[in-house]
Write a protein of this length. Sequence first.
Length: 634
Amino acid sequence: MRLGIIAVVLTLTSGPLIHPQTLLRPPVQTPGPQIQVLNGDGAAVTGLTDGDMIRLRLELPEPSDTQAEVTFQLEGSTSSLPGCNIGRGRTGCETQPFNALGWYWTETGLPSPSRTLKAGVAGSPPIGTVSVQVTPRPVVMIHGFSSSWEAWVNYLGPSGYLEADGLSGFAVGDGQVGGAMNTGSLTDPRQVTNSIAENAAILGEYIEGVKQATGAQEVDLVAHSMGGLIARYYIDRVMQARDVAQLIMLGSPMAGTDCADLPASLGLYLPATLEIRPSYVDNVFNVDVTRRHGVPFQALAGVPILEGFKAPCTGVPSDLAVSLESVTAIPLLSRQMSVLHMNLNLSKEVYSEFVQPLLRAPAGGFPDDPDPIPGEANNEPLQFSRLFTGHVGPGGTQEVTVPIDTGIALASFALYDTSRSLAVTVRGASGNVIELTAEANGLVVVQDPDALFYLGYGFEDPRPGSWRVTLEATSSTPVTGADFALAAHFVGGATASARLSTFLPQIGEPVIITADLSPAAAGVAISSAQAVIRGPGGAVETVPLSVSGAQATGAWTPSVPGLYGVDVTLSATGSNGIAIERTVFLAFEAQPVEGLSAWTAALWPVEIVGLALCVAALAWLRQRRRRKRSSAQS
């Protein structure tokens, strides 16, 4: 070994003299290619939050002698990243801005707080690497109808579902940041709720607070029930720049729910109960609220109710309050699980099998969701009896008679009771009391107000005739008594339909109501028809409809802007003498007249004429007084 060293030294010293220390110096290191992660301000960062808007930059040590295409790769991911081109004679290039969505999670669903980026030129081996620290996105949860942030208790806190995954959870109204929605109060059901638009604005304030508190640029939204409609409105109308990575909905009524007709008939939880009426969601909301700004929509439908007699106010399959047909009424990715509506936001199974995999979506797991093309609603309306309302005082009873006509294959009854305390006795057409059971009649008692009814039961192939339902106060009934609403959902028999000439009339524009009845027995004509119209302030007006054979028509003109409910009831008598009754539930939203103030529009058209006459009269009196003074002075 020493001989070799000597030989080298001899060879070197035969030339110009070199100092021995020179041989011991390390060679000069030429800087290699540098990769930088740039934030929205163009500053290089070493850490980011999943979903942040970033750019990537490659800087070469020397100018490129050719034009070169640069590719970037997130190590451990098969998802492609944006690239850039280095021009000839240039030393670097930057990608277009993009969201670092899914960077916290690997494709196997494991967290990856540190990710490595590689760069290559024209398919060559990597020419540079850089590591970046990544924190997960926060999760914002949105409660549904007549609920609060406490609907998400199983997701929040040290023992919550999210904490176990290292995720930070925020439920609107929980006080972690400012903002609380109003979708109805169980303790005061007559209190006016916020509209979907108002709650969406509050959701926007809450999301902004979460972003400021965490430094995140995007959040995941998880919504239960009506919260899905609020989230859709936020994404379409309120969101300025995209700050939602994805919308995950649990039992959200994309075509509304008929269960809302029960509390709406009592003037409760308005306008929320009208805003989730199928007529409104189909013909106003879904037509008007369509923009997604690329946010992917994912929906879970609960489908444990498969037998019609167990579904008092929905079609089947359903989760008791929202049907599968409603959840999937708009284009979106969906799944089904056998979970009841009131458990969708609590179930560990729902979290583990549906929510968690979406929150753990890796890079490339967020498809750019296009805006759907709005089309006409083609959902077949469910058939309901007349809607019966009333009041039961302490120690009292009320009886309602529900006619069931020939050809009914299924009759399911839904009861809404403000106190959730009334007892029910049912007598069939024979007059005999029917003992209700869960097995035979699908008897269900629901304490959660999000289900929109209190008690339900049903019958297959019910005997035609008059069915009597007795509602009785119990020891739990408050001293003020209990208001109730009861309706039967029919499959088979007569079929009613109703239409409005417009669902968005201006104030002063007549709304034409048309309804018809297609009875099972031919030749049966409508004997009477009416429309019960409930205005934005809760005022109720009954409008008789003109009847001609199997059709009824009428007109009504709104005088103030806002949301109106229209309950159209048709009555007839079958050829066998058995009564036929059907109710169709509609809704429309009156628009203020353009160019008029809200105060002026509220007076239009009759009151404003009277006001104009008063103003004219005052002007005439003043002019007359001036003339008298002028004559006296002369």
